[in-house]
Design a protein. Structure first.
Length: 137
């Protein structure tokens, strides 16, 4: 497996543990849950689920199509946008929800959200340029 793909999978399971931990914390401190639920949701859905799809998708979809990945460089650039974006969103959201230090964390949240979106667009571009039907015998 390509090292960058291993890193997608490593980061995905790390976000899963962080997402599950934040879920337990919300059960223990329900009065705080409203501030952390957006971070929790995106650690799990964007961090765990999307990240593992990025990694596994990049590993198997080219093989299923009998082709190399369209751009290995995009795979690496996307990794950084996806991780910086998610960490910025997960950290920024509780501050913005609490209305604390929003001068700093509002821009961090917005920029991070765009990084996450860019990662998704890069994935879509790279996969669409990679997959093609294979003729059945
Ligand atoms: C140990 C694992 C988990 C625990 C303890 C947990 C706990 C919680 C809690 C307490 C809430 C409600 C917060 C509130 O609004 O009061 C919540 C919301 C949510 N969780 Fe988790 N969670 C876990 C794992 C996951 C996973 C793996 C996913 C997705 C893959 C997920 C997705 C969501 C979503 C989407 C919501 C928001 C639901 C809504 O819109 O109201 N959670 N979770
Ligand atoms: C570019 C990436 C993404 C951005 C910028 C984004 C942004 C947002 C925002 C602004 C909210 C409202 C949060 C609030 O009211 O506090 C939200 C909610 C939500 N998002 Fe995302 N999102 C992204 C990706 C995803 C993905 C990939 C999933 C699922 C696979 C997802 C699932 C959800 C869910 C379930 C909620 C409702 C959570 C709740 O009940 O509070 N998001 N998202």
């Amino acid at each position: 497996m390509e090292p960058v793909i291993v890193w997608y999978i490593r980061m995905s399971v790390i976000y899963f543990v962080l997402g599950a931990t934040s879920g337990i914390a919300m059960i223990i401190w329900p009065s705080e849950a409203g501030y952390y639920v957006s971070s929790h949701v995106h650690l799990n859905l964007l961090g765990f689920m999307a990240m593992i799809v990025y990694g596994v998708g990049y590993h198997i979809l080219p093989k299923f199509s009998g082709r190399n990945i369209h751009s290995p460089a995009v795979v690496k650039v996307q990794f950084w946008f996806a991780n910086i974006g998610l960490v910025g969103m997960a950290v920024g959201w509780p501050f913005v929800a609490r209305d604390t230090m929003t001068g700093l964390f509002n821009p961090i949240l917005v920029i991070s959200a765009f990084c996450s979106l860019l990662a998704a667009v890069l994935f879509a571009f790279n996969i669409l340029k990679t997959v093609k039907p294979v003729q059945m015998q």
